[in-house]
Design a protein around this ligand. Sequence first.
Ligand code: GRF
Length: 187
Amino acid sequence: MVKLNSKKRVAVFISGRGSNLKNLNIFSKKRNSKFIISLVISNKKNAKGIVYAKKNKILCKIIDDIKNFEKKALLLIKLNKIDLLCLAGFMKVLSSNFIKKVGIPIINVHPSLLPKFKGLNTHQRAIDAREEYSGCTIHYVNDKLDSGKVILQKKVKILKKDTPKSLANKIQKEEHKIFSKALNSIC
Ligand code: GRF
């Protein structure tokens, strides 16, 4: 059994709904989880994920001051002795300076089968390109957008009737499963 004090302390950066945050937190309560969610930082003051974090008594900070986001976030990460950082629907690109200074692994969830469809509007682009499959990727973050080493991927079939929205829904269900699995595997 994993002892509580040996669990890795994870910070999660969010900008929106926070469904990935919720699933990471639920997984963290399981016996075989090697991590706990110790800190949530949102760069948007109206992100729904903040409500979830507060209800679940997770330390949650809002930094909507774009200019000082990285400086303040770095301080909170050091103060709270964070071991790993997860980007879960975090819609801001972190600078290479931040990545270097933070000194801990950073992982991200991306809604495509990387290296295909980096960046935004992935579902529309996958449909337009008549791909047979899309999916999601959990990967390390480096200083190039959506380009770090892949940890885990899950394929999802694109059906003729799929819209960007229906595809997003199917893919999110898979994100929720593989994010915790990938995070646990690197703890
Ligand atoms: C996810 O679909 C993720 O792939 C993308 O942003 C979405 C975030 O969803 N990067 P949520 O905020 O975790 O619900």
